[in-house]
Design a protein around this ligand. Structure first.
Ligand code: ADP
Length: 175
């Protein structure tokens, strides 16, 4: 079943042994707080060095680097939208983060990938709404693409875990 290829997990994304982990980065790609800080700390200074050579990333797009000291082979850096109330194209921008990260993953032969809850930390996107968008985009993509076998939705707290779990459950019962 399609939805068996998506799993909601609780934990720290830097520890996951998958082909690629996704970073919720900022436009500079030069590191920040939250999950970005955790990924840079775990990957080591070589990651920042490679990121410097990428010259930033527009919101909604994605760029790939090596994972260095992480168990993951690659880091896919994407930049989520800053929440501005929901009428400034935030939903579509967040959807593009998932789509573009998955496209880049396929182009690089990735078959397992882990996403954090993009934009729902410092960028303030409501987690329930973000979870619905993430699940829709991922499952739409997997429907058309068989090379990605497993997508992990990594939740750092109970609240996020509940939001992503119910979004996935809703998709399964409706879809
Ligand atoms: P953004 O700026 O896109 O909002 P943040 O890093 O501030 O990014 O937050 C995105 C999400 O990542 C939040 O839900 C936060 O709780 C979560 N997060 C923070 N650290 C980690 C980690 N080590 N592993 C997984 N998720 C994390």
């Amino acid at each position: 079943m399609l939805s068996d290829r998506v799993v909601v997990v609780k934990g720290d994304i830097v520890e996951l042994d998958v082909d690629a982990i996704v970073n919720a980065a900022n436009n500079s790609l030069l590191g920040g707080g939250g999950v970005d800080g955790a990924i840079h700390t775990a990957a080591g200074p070589e990651l920042l060095e490679e990121c410097r050579s990428l010259k930033g990333c527009p919101t909604g797009e994605a760029k790939i680097t090596s994972g260095y000291r992480l168990p993951a082979k690659y880091v896919i850096h994407t930049v989520g939208p800053i929440w501005r109330g929901g009428t400034s194209g935030e939903d579509e921008m967040l959807a593009r983060c998932y789509r573009n990260s998955l496209k880049l993953a396929v182009r690089n032969g990735v078959s397992s990938i882990a996403f954090p809850s993009i934009s729902t930390g410092a960028y303030g996107f409501p987690v329930n709404r973000a979870a619905g968008i993430a699940v829709d985009e991922i499952l739409d993509f997997l429907e058309k693409n068989s090379s990605i076998e497993k997508v992990l939705l990594v939740c750092f707290n109970e609240r996020a875990f509940e939001s992503y779990s119910s979004a996935l459950e809703e998709w399964t019962t409706e879809g």
